[in-house]
Design a protein around this ligand. Structure first.
Ligand SMILES: [Zn+2]
Length: 53
């Protein structure tokens, strides 16, 4: 998987959710090894919702 932000290498794993969407919790998702950008289906969906509103 490629980072949308920097085309760096993304690795699958667990990371802490700082978005606060579901409070503080460990989530499974993808994180860029290069810039730290996190990609998660739930977070992405929420972002789209916020943009839509
Ligand atoms: Zn990146």
């Amino acid at each position: 998987m490629e980072c949308r932000r920097c085309q760096g290498l993304m690795v699958e794993g667990q990371f802490f959710d700082f978005e606060g969407t579901h409070g503080f919790m460990w989530m499974k998702g993808w994180r860029c090894m290069n810039c730290g950008h996190a990609a998660d289906p739930i977070i992405e969906a929420n972002r789209r919702l916020h943009v839509a509103v």
